[in-house]
Design a protein around this ligand. Structure first.
Ligand SMILES: *Cc1c(COP(=O)(O)O)cnc(C)c1O
Length: 461
């Protein structure tokens, strides 16, 4: 009998169609990087060899999903695909009411406008860029109540997305429960390195917030990955299927925003899901103003069908094991090279610790932005800054926010790249690391008002 424990995570699919990628020369990359103002978001994808910018909308769909696309019912109202999507969300996540949106931030916009009043405070487990911005645009102030361990890249706490109950209760007592419309927590926490929250912590948060009559709104972008890490790390869940853990997480919350472009294996889409009928009615009315009719939101019928199928595939054990397994494979390789990364390795990417890799650059010299540019220049591997540039400015003082984590994210798209691609990425990171003392810092030469990391331009200092 074969011993399953001895088997590695090999991809649970075979390849039916290929998309060629282009290997560029150093001179071509140098030119492309200059033209992009040293911002990897401004590179053209044809100049990129292995694209680890993001896992957002970059998944490969399955043959079942593509078949579903052909079953698109593009009726303006009451599309059959909407009802399939609603059924999938009820079955896999357990939320009662669904408002489709074009992507996650549209759902964040709606829920923020509906629940936040000017002067409110919204506690959360570290921030996410768009989530926080929508809370601020609605007149609220985001307050980080994540455990301290999350800010330390070396700390190997298994659940670095956990909420610090003391920080949360102090905030509730200081501001008053009527100033806190909801707790905003994410599965997993992207900015902390793709780290999970435990069910034990979530249950405690539920108990505490119930005492004060405060809702919980769940950013469920990577809930299946979080559930898989619970199965691996939380005592008592070793034998619970990921599908059941996902349902249990959702059951401890009042509603959710979803960027379906991540866990749910589609290239575009999202939704808001709630259990409260009155809140649903208001959200369903608002989506008509900003997105489209409530049975398609911002999506085509075919996209809703692909999403309904993607949701079921996302909780499949073989899929999620290989997905996280591939990320861990790359992470372990980079750790073995002695290169500082956020530990433990998260579920959707490997986060390089730019502060430690480039100690000669102070945070004003944008170490993570500089490191991402250097990796691109070396090999055409595209990564993303998650540091001072992503953190933006303090809306009151106008100063840069200086986060304790200054990271470069190597984000792995789902079902897209092979193990050999991961090897090339690790080799490039190692080559850049060996020449790290030669990497110069960057300065802003153009900075837009919102979510500056997307469109800022830089120059070498
Ligand atoms: C991507 C993402 C969002 C925003 O979703 P979009 O679909 O990109 O609008 C929100 N929260 C988290 C944690 C994300 O990763």
């Amino acid at each position: 009998m074969s011993n399953q424990k001895k088997r590695s995570w090999a991809e649970p699919y075979k390849i039916k169609m290929v998309e060629p990628v282009r290997i560029t020369t150093f001179e071509e990359r140098k030119k492309a990087l200059e033209e992009a103002g040293y911002n990897t978001f401004l590179l053209r994808s044809r100049d990129v060899y292995i694209d680890l910018l993001t896992d957002s909308g970059t998944s490969a769909m399955s043959d079942r999903q593509w078949a579903g696309m052909m079953m698109g019912d593009e009726s303006y109202a009451g599309s059959t695909n909407f009802y399939h999507l609603e059924e999938a969300i009820r079955e896999y996540y357990g939320y009662k009411y669904v408002v489709p949106t074009h992507q996650g931030r549209a759902a964040e916009h709606i829920i923020s406008q509906l629940l936040i009043k000017k002067g409110d405070f919204i506690p959360g487990n570290m921030y996410f860029t768009t989530t926080k911005l929508h809370q601020e645009l609605a007149g609220g102030t985001f307050v980080d109540v994540i455990i301290d361990e999350a800010h330390d890249p070396e700390n190997e706490h298994p659940f670095k997305a956990n909420i610090d109950l003391d920080k949360l209760e102090s905030l509730i007592k200081e501001k008053g429960p009527d100033k806190i419309p909801y707790v905003s927590f994410a599965t997993t926490v992207n900015m902390a390195g793709g780290q999970p929250i435990s069910l034990e912590n979530l249950r405690a948060v539920r108990e505490l917030t119930q005492k004060y009559g405060i809702k919980i709104i769940h950013d469920m972008t990577r809930v299946a990955e979080n559930a898989y890490l619970i199965q691996k790390r939380e005592p008592g869940y070793e034998n619970t299927p990921v599908k059941e853990i996902v349902r249990e997480i959702c059951s401890l919350t009042d509603g959710a925003t979803m960027s379906a472009k991540k866990d749910a294996l589609v290239n575009i889409g999202g939704f808001l899901a709630v259990n409260d009928e009155e809140l649903f009615d208001r959200a369903r009315n608002m989506v008509v103003v900003y997105e489209g009719l409530h049975t398609y939101g911002g999506m085509a019928g075919r996209d809703m069908e692909a999403l309904a199928i993607g949701i079921s595939e996302s909780v499949d054990h073989d899929h999620i094991r290989a997905r996280v397994g591939q990320v861990e494979y790359l992470g372990k390789k980079i750790i073995d090279m002695g290169i500082p990364v956020v530990k433990p390795i998260g579920s959707h990417g490997v986060f390089l610790d730019a502060k430690k890799i480039l100690p000669h650059l102070s945070q004003e010299l944008l170490p993570a932005q500089s490191l991402a540019a250097a990796i691109y220049l070396d090999s055409g591997v595209r990564s993303m800054e998650r540091g001072v540039v992503s953190s933006g400015r303090n809306p009151e003082t106008g100063d840069h926010n200086y986060p304790s984590l200054e990271l470069v994210r190597l984000t792995i798209p789902r079902r897209v790249y092979t193990q050999a691609h991961m090897d090339v990425v690790a080799e490039s990171v190692e080559a850049v690391y060996e020449n790290r003392t030669e990497i110069s810092g960057l300065k802003f030469v153009y900075e837009p008002e919102y979510l500056r990391f997307f469109q800022s331009r830089f120059a070498v200092v």
